[in-house]
Write a protein that binds this ligand. Structure first.
Ligand SMILES: NC(=O)c1ccc[n+]([C@@H]2O[C@H](COP(=O)([O-])OP(=O)(O)OC[C@H]3O[C@@H](n4cnc5c(N)ncnc54)[C@H](OP(=O)(O)O)[C@@H]3O)[C@@H](O)[C@H]2O)c1
Length: 283
């Protein structure tokens, strides 16, 4: 199978290229392909002639998106539309990666694939629009919603916590948002398993188990052997520009019903991430 991965310079894109390594895989970084350029996207998909495109490129700076909405809409809504159109022209399947932030986070239970979206931020609204455009353009798609993505290649919460924990002995971390930390080395192989099923539609894929950012920070410091005092604060106290869902937990309902294996519990995968990040964080 010939596979193209967009956003290959990002956290998930990097591990997707690894997950498809025994296929004929091409990873495209932003320098290789600007996914907001429709003509370039069509030409790239035509030239590589893939059976599958895994679209992992996105504008992921949730707070910056509030002040640069057009950039977020271009990358998160238009770009997946261009990729879907190019896949339709080239008869390729598309995996489109989306987010828990399409939900408002007010539910008292995990969100299923059948719950109505109600995004609260520019990032969430632009990602929800990207999903819609993929659905209406390309029947042969998998939309994969995930959450709290953590990988060894790129910026993320655990990387930041480890760096800060080496500089200070006390940090304040938000304790009223709950989600499922999801590790790119678990998610990328799960996407690969899904992509060969031929069962198109929307899927939630996250690591198992839930925690708050506060609990994740405490666990990361314990794992890294760093003695840092972690104080819980509220989302309001933290005061980020973009609203975040209080409940980000995604029920992996469709994966479970269709017999795909669950991803490991987050506590089982955290040690591997900390080990991979520790040398970088020490620098
Ligand atoms: N990070 C999370 O917590 C999270 C949570 C839920 C869902 N997701 C979704 O998961 C997917 C992967 O996220 P990630 O964590 O791997 O993000 P990431 O590390 O920020 O990777 C995204 C990549 O896309 C690239 N990109 C941005 N605009 C582009 C453009 N116009 N053309 C080509 N490439 C472009 C970025 O390049 P630059 O670095 O040069 O901008 C970056 O390499 C995204 O769809 C994201 O929405 C992420």
């Amino acid at each position: 199978m010939r596979v193209v991965v967009t956003g290959a310079g990002g956290q998930l894109g990097h591990d997707l290229v690894k997950a498809f390594a025994d296929h004929d895989v091409v990873g495209l970084t932003r320098a290789d392909l600007d996914v907001t350029d429709e003509a370039a996207v069509v030409a790239s998909v035509r030239d590589h002639a893939p059976d599958l495109v895994v679209h992992a490129a996105a504008h992921t700076k949730v707070d910056a998106a509030e002040s640069e909405p057009d950039a977020a809409w271009r990358a998160n809504a238009l770009a997946p539309w261009w990729v879907a159109r190019a896949c339709a022209l080239g008869d390729a399947v598309m995996v489109h990666v989306s987010t828990d932030y399409v939900f408002d986070g007010r539910s008292d239970r995990p969100y299923t694939e059948f719950d109505a979206v109600n995004p609260q931020s520019v990032y969430g609204r632009s990602k929800a629009a990207g999903e819609q455009l993929v659905r209406q353009t390309l029947p042969r798609h998998h939309i994969v919603r995930t959450s709290w993505v953590l990988g060894a290649h790129g910026g993320n919460f655990v990387r930041t916590m480890l760096r800060v924990g080496r500089e200070r002995d006390a940090v304040k971390v938000v304790a009223d948002q709950t989600g499922s930390p999801t590790f790119t080395f678990d998610l990328a192989p799960a996407i690969r398993r899904l992509a060969v099923t031929g069962r198109f539609g929307t899927y939630h894929l996250t690591n198992s188990g839930t925690c708050t950012w506060y609990e994740l920070a405490v666990a990361a410091y314990r794992e890294a052997g760093l003695d840092v005092a972690v104080a819980p604060i509220t989302t309001a106290e933290y005061g980020a520009p973009a609203p975040r869902p209080a409940n980000s937990v995604l029920d992996n309902l469709m994966a479970r019903l269709t017999g795909l294996p669950p991803l490991p519990r987050w506590e089982e995968s955290l040690p591997r991430l900390v080990a991979e990040l520790a040398p970088a964080a020490a620098r």
